[in-house]
Design a protein around this ligand. Structure first.
Ligand code: DGL
Length: 280
């Protein structure tokens, strides 16, 4: 794109997830690109996506994309591994003029970093069952052994703000025990909710002995590369605006953002009507 109209540069980057997980990606995008305006959309009426059929997740993400494009999003970050696994190819085919950045479990860096040849992967059932994950394994994990766990219930605990509660610790301990016993020295976080329990994960995996990989910083760099390549990065140096949307309770998301990011931002409620997201 040559010389885009100046208005496009200030258009927002939109970031979405089933819930608060994508905020773990947003914080890295914000740190790297502080002048950009950002929109965050949490489809909390439908969280968790992990156990849902891929077709249903595709429908949600297409409607979310239509809504975000109506807000003038210049780039859309699918800040959800489950949604990326189910829908990224479909979204790129359906919206060929839109730039998307997706998430995937960092199997490649995990396989490169491990010394024991054993890598743990924490992701949702939807991600593990996907074609995309099978392809990642085939391309990058032939020479290592992957130990996978879907951590059933962890997304719900993180949505409930239980980042260090006894229930969360017990669940994580159950998920980690088999992989730690097997001798993994690297664990890949394949769900954007999970970086919010990193302090607990670090404690439970014996600090310094197991490397934990969050792909969010690499995703933020990819967003930056795309904006520069398409000449739509904002030249603005003042901090960009941040606005959020949720398909559930706006008061709850306001509180969650305060807890997870330490700031108060405006949240607009949306509702699902006949398969589309509309302002309430
Ligand atoms: N945060 C999401 C992911 O990265 C999904 C959580 C869910 O809704 O199950 O997979």
């Amino acid at each position: 794109m040559n010389n885009p109209p100046a208005g496009h540069l200030a258009d927002p980057i939109a970031i979405f997830d089933s819930g608060v997980g994508g905020l773990s990606v947003l914080r890295h995008i914000r740190a790297l690109l502080p002048g950009e305006n950002l929109l965050y959309l949490a489809d909390q009426a439908n969280v968790p996506y992990g156990p849902r059929p891929a077709g249903e997740v595709r429908q949600f993400t297409a409607a979310i994309t239509r809504f975000l494009l109506a807000q003038q999003a210049k780039l859309i970050v699918v800040a959800c591994n489950t949604a990326t696994a189910a829908a990224l190819t479909y979204l790129r085919d359906t919206f060929p003029h839109t730039s998307f950045v997706g998430m995937e479990p960092a199997v490649k860096p995990g396989a490169q970093q491990t010394q024991t040849g054993k890598v743990g992967v924490l992701a949702t059932a939807g991600t593990f069952e996907s074609q995309r994950y099978a392809s990642l394994m085939a391309r990058y994990a032939q020479h290592v052994t992957l130990y996978e766990d879907p951590c059933v219930g962890l997304v719900e605990l993180i949505e409930a703000g239980e980042l260090a509660s006894p229930a969360t610790a017990a669940l994580l301990q159950r998920c980690l025990a088999p992989m730690l016993q097997a001798g993994v020295d690297t664990i890949v976080l394949g769900c954007t909710h999970y970086p919010f329990v990193l302090p607990l994960l670090t404690t439970l995996t014996a600090p310094g002995r197991v490397g934990i990989i969050d792909p969010a910083p690499a995703v933020a760099r990819q967003v930056q590369r795309l904006l520069l390549a398409q000449q739509v990065a904002t030249p603005q140096t003042a901090p960009g605006h941040l606005h959020a949307f949720t398909s559930a309770d706006p008061g709850r998301l306001t509180h969650q953002i305060q807890t997870l990011l330490g700031e108060t931002i405006p949240v607009t409620p949306l509702s699902w009507q006949a398969g589309e997201l509309r302002p309430r």
